[in-house]
Structure formats: C-alpha cells, structure tokens
Design a protein around this ligand. Structure first.
Ligand SMILES: [Zn+2]
Length: 183
C-alpha cells in the first residue's frame, strides 16, 4: 500500500486562471477563497444525449435552417409576436405563423462578459433586442460584426443564418445592415 505523500497534495491558488491551469494539468486544484476558505475544484466531464422534440415550435427552427424568421400572430388581437408563441398571451387564442422581415432595428443591447458553454468561444459578445416594422414584440439575438462602441438605439440590422444549421436558436444572429460577414 502506498500511503499519501506530499506530492499528492493539491496546490492552492487564489486566481481563477491559476486554478484552471492546475485543473488542466492535474484534474483538480484548491481555490483559496477569501471568505469561505479552501475549496476543492475538480474537472468532471460528463455528457448527456438528450432527445428533444420541438413539437409546435418546429417550424421556427426549420425556418432558421431555411433562412427564414418566423414569428406568430393572434388574429383576434392582431398582435404579432417576434418570438413565436403557440397561443396569444393576451386572449389565449391559438396563433398562426407569420414570416418576419429579415431587417430590423436595435431596440436595446448589452454586452455579455460571461457566456454559457455554447457561447464561451465568442464571449464577450453583444446581445440585442431587435424591433421589426409591423411586429409588436422584440426578438433577442446576438449582434455580431460590430464593437460595443458602434451600436446605437435604432441602428439598422439584418439577420444572418448559419450555413450549417444546428437547429438551435443560435442558428440566427444579426449584423449591421450591409455587413458582409457571416460568422
Ligand atoms: Zn390574442
């Protein structure tokens, strides 16, 4: 039997990047947290195969793959939702699909300094609410091909769609109107 020795002792770090570097080397590290003391951090890979049905939302995602943005409209209220809903949030009626314009304007925006796993490579990134003519609600999306300083309220923007769809909401993003870039 091998007893535990000093070289098996985990090193302690105060900086996030040092903790991450050590985890990459050793699979574990101790983060010296000021208030709560030493915290063991490990690398714990896992994967999940999640079979998900888009059900009534399918047309939206199939639309993105086809370079189209679908919202929905309540015939009773004449209200158009930029983010499609199967039923009207005002009267509860079933809505019908409505093709949205690909061009809109920036209503508001923010820069995300932290991203979930899917967006880590492009973090920090800009997230914007887009308004469309004839549409009553806003569409939240990433705004690419521009720096934070370029963005302003009312800025004309247009949709871009992934060439290779993943059937995820990130298949669409917006860029300043006339921008050549795709990704
Ligand atoms: Zn309605």
């Amino acid at each position: 039997m091998v007893s535990s020795t000093n070289n098996r002792k985990l090193k302690k770090f105060t900086k996030y990047r040092d903790v991450m570097a050590e985890i990459n080397r050793k699979g574990a590290a101790i983060y010296r947290e000021k208030e709560h003391g030493d915290q063991l951090v490990i690398n714990f890979p896992y994967s999940v195969n999640y079979i998900h049905s888009y059900a009534n939302d399918s047309k939206f995602f199939l639309g993105l793959a086809d370079g189209k943005l679908f919202g929905s409209r309540c015939a009773k209220c004449d209200y158009v939702f930029a983010t499609p809903r199967s039923h009207c949030m005002f009267c509860g009626e079933q809505t019908s699909w409505k093709l949205l314009p690909k061009k809109g304007k920036v209503h508001s925006w923010t820069t995300c300094e932290f991203g979930s796993e899917a967006f880590l490579r492009e973090t920090p990134y800009n997230l914007a609410l887009i308004e469309f003519a004839g549409v009553n609600s806003l569409f939240m999306t990433r705004l690419k091909d521009c720096s934070l300083d370029d963005i302003y309220v009312g800025m004309p923007v247009e949709a871009r769609f992934a060439r290779k769809p993943e059937y995820l909401v990130r298949d669409v993003w917006f860029v300043p109107s006339g921008s050549a870039g795709r990704k």
